[in-house]
Design a protein around this ligand. Structure first.
Ligand code: UDP
Length: 333
């Protein structure tokens, strides 16, 4: 994406919490391209200023380093803000498992603080939730009304799903009781430039392993099913949903329906890189620690978003894989 550098002129100002993260930085860039002013609030825990590198000095961008759990920091961003995109959260399975208490705190308290700011300033808010809330529900295609099937609250992985589900309830109740205009999106696996494999995400990890000629580490038996959506398809949908008042008051799945097993994904990445890497299967216990539970199938039904904003992912899985490979090769020089 190319960033337009003309200064704003009475343009809309949006706050993006987590705006230096993977999805947040693409949303920041997209809103700048649309002519918006953007305030980014990010504590740089998993986000990075490198993600903003191409537009860090943009005249319509203000970066605030701070936590969503700090109400004063959130308040300091609110002047003139007309829309809030709340993306700040502890993300990635590795993060949730290695810092479970801190993650739970960020994901619960952060949303409450940002919602409170939305209420006080009467600003509409989009809250990024996750397909993790469906837990172990293995439906062919998960639609928004499906039941959640969640394991024990003592299994760390589920604390993320629990926190995000409670966040959704908070948003819903703030809308009902305080009239806060809101949209919830449940993001399924999202991929694209700037995504780090450091926090567990499978495609950047497999691509890095394949390019380095190292074994691709498939966790479990590799039969678990996922679908991957390009961040360039997800980001415009976030804006379309928040800007469309008829979308408010409900929850939308956003993701791709092109599903495949993790072993097939590894094979595709080996083929696309021309790598000689092998695939090794690593038991979940070894990868994530004792008692880990995975989801066997997670594929969205996006009929609701399609009907509301004509959401249609345009990037195929092959294009997604190719773009991640191109980025990793460029970074290696
Ligand atoms: N995975 C894997 N090898 C890796 C990283 C992840 O086999 O090096 C698996 C992981 O166990 C899960 C799937 O790939 O079944 C997707 O993982 P990711 O963390 O990207 O997203 P999730 O769907 O778990 O939120």
């Amino acid at each position: 994406m190319n960033v337009d550098t003309t200064p704003g002129n009475g343009t809309k100002r949006s706050l993006i919490t987590g705006g230096a993260g993977f999805i947040g930085s693409h949303l920041t860039e997209h809103l700048l391209n649309l002519g918006h002013e953007v305030v980014v609030l990010d504590d740089l825990s998993t986000g990075s200023e490198d993600n903003l590198a191409g537009f860090r000095d943009h005249p319509r961008l203000r970066f605030v380093c701070g936590s969503v759990c700090d109400f004063d920091a959130v308040e300091s961003c609110m002047a003139g803000v007309e829309a809030i995109y709340h993306l700040a959260a502890a993300v990635g399975v590795f993060t949730i498992l290695s810092k479970p208490l801190e993650s739970l705190h960020t994901n619960l308290k952060g949303t409450e603080m940002v919602l409170e700011a939305a209420r006080r300033h009467e600003v509409p808010i989009l809250m990024a939730s996750t397909s993790e809330v469906y837990g172990k529900n293995n439906s062919e295609q998960l639609s928004e009304g499906e039941d959640r099937i969640i394991g024990s609250p003592l299994v760390s992985r589920w604390s993320y799903a629990e926190a995000k589900a409670l966040d959704e309830t908070l948003v819903f109740l703030y809308s009902q009781e305080w009239g806060v205009r809101s949209v919830i999106v449940r993001l399924f696996n999202t991929v694209g430039p700037r995504q780090s494999g450091r926090y567990g995400m499978v495609i950047p990890r497999f691509v890095a392993q394949a390019i380095a000629g190292e074994p691709l580490t498939v966790f479990g038996d590799g039969q678990q099913i996922r679908s991957f959506c390009h961040v360039f398809d997800v980001v415009p949908a976030l804006v379309a949903l928040l800007e469309d008042e008829a979308s408010h008051g409900t929850v939308y799945n956003l993701g791709s329906s092109e599903a495949l097993s993790i072993t097939t994904l590894a094979q595709k990445i080996i083929a696309a890189t021309g790598s000689r890497s092998e695939i090794v299967k690593i038991p979940y216990e070894e990868a994530y620690g004792p008692g880990f539970e995975d989801m066997l199938r997670r594929v969205p039904d996006c009929a609701r978003a399609r009907g509301q904003i004509d959401f249609q992912p345009r990037h195929s899985l092959q294009q997604i894989i190719n773009s991640v490979i191109a980025e990793h090769r460029a970074a290696r020089g």
